[in-house]
Design a protein around this ligand. Structure first.
Ligand SMILES: Nc1ncnc2c1ncn2[C@@H]1O[C@H](COP(=O)(O)OP(=O)(O)OP(=O)(O)O)[C@@H](O)[C@H]1O
Ligand SMILES: [Mg+2]
Length: 267
């Protein structure tokens, strides 16, 4: 495991959409933590991670504030994106710079004085573990698909920018290999927060934040209580992943390809 500079974020409560105080205890995020944000459409999930991304100081619609290592973040950290310990990879993340993948990555490395061609290859290899269609170094950034661009930015955040905290908004829809992303984030001791509607991804994280009416309604730490369920859902998810790949690959799906599913069926 690789060591990271110690970085701890604390989220302090604000108000819900009606202006009433939220009732949660301060939420602390440390390296290696995995967290998912769940809740109905419009319940405030994006607003929650946006607060973290901008290091809110009671200056957003939610009135929440974020502490870095237990204190108000220094002004320069809030203003300068390069000093922010956070990378947000959102639903509509696209890279508009008209560069090749190789040039894009090498610019990042040079900017941080950690030059090496090997790092570019490592980053590309990691990105290609997350995505279905492989990325190549001579490709132009603008030609990458949404899923490819996000895979590359996640790999970049982990290996090149070395951002301690990653915020990922609905990566599941990009066809990214989320299991690999989670295992990699644990391996590199990053903290990650997923906004997700995907049951398997929600179950895989250590904590679940449940949003309602713009507020944090619950913070769940299931521990081992969901272990047996996770194993089952993992099988279902692998089945659906395989099915999706076959449909994408142009296969016709037959009755015998789909096992009988009994869940929720009344006799
Ligand atoms: N605590 C709050 N106080 C006031 N307004 C809020 C609060 N939380 C969220 N909002 C506002 O409510 C709207 C919906 O919130 P948001 O976009 O975060 O929902 P979401 O859960 O991400 O929905 P979706 O699943 O559709 O992406 C936004 O305009 C947001 O600014
Ligand atoms: Mg949202």
């Amino acid at each position: 495991m690789r060591s990271e500079p110690f970085m701890e974020l604390t989220i302090l409560p604000g108000t819900n959409r009606c202006g009433e105080k939220e009732g949660f205890d301060p939420i602390v995020i440390r390296p290696g933590d995995t967290m998912s944000i769940v809740g109905p459409t419009g319940s405030g999930k994006s607003a929650f991670i946006n607060d973290i991304e901008v290091l809110a100081q009671e200056d957003t619609v939610t009135g929440r504030s974020i502490l870095v290592d237990g204190a108000e973040p220094p002004e320069e950290m809030v203003r300068d994106p390069a000093k922010k310990p956070i990378a947000l990879i959102s639903q509509n993340t696209r890279v508009i710079a008209d560069l090749t993948v190789e040039r894009f990555l090498s610019l990042h490395i040079k900017a941080r004085d950690t030059d090496t061609k090997q790092l570019i290859t490592q980053t590309l290899t990691l990105a290609n573990e997350f995505t279905g269609e492989k990325i190549a170094l001579p490709m132009r950034m603008t030609a990458l698909s949404g899923g490819q661009a996000r895979s590359l930015l996640i790999a970049d955040a982990i290996l090149i920018s070395q951002t301690p905290i990653l915020l990922l908004d609905e990566v599941e829809n990009a066809g990214i290999n989320k299991e690999r992303v989670i295992s990699c984030i644990r391996e590199y001791n990053k903290a990650v927060i997923f906004v997700t509607h995907d049951p398997y991804l929600s179950l895989m994280t250590n904590r679940r934040i449940v949003m309602r009416n713009g507020a944090v309604a619950a913070v769940l730490e299931p521990g081992n209580r969901e272990r047996s369920v996770i194993a089952k859902v993992s099988g279902m998810d692998a089945f659906l992943w395989d099915l999706r790949e076959r449909i994408r690959g142009g296969d016709l799906i037959q009755e015998r390809d789909v096992p009988a599913v009994k869940i929720g069926v009344q006799a």
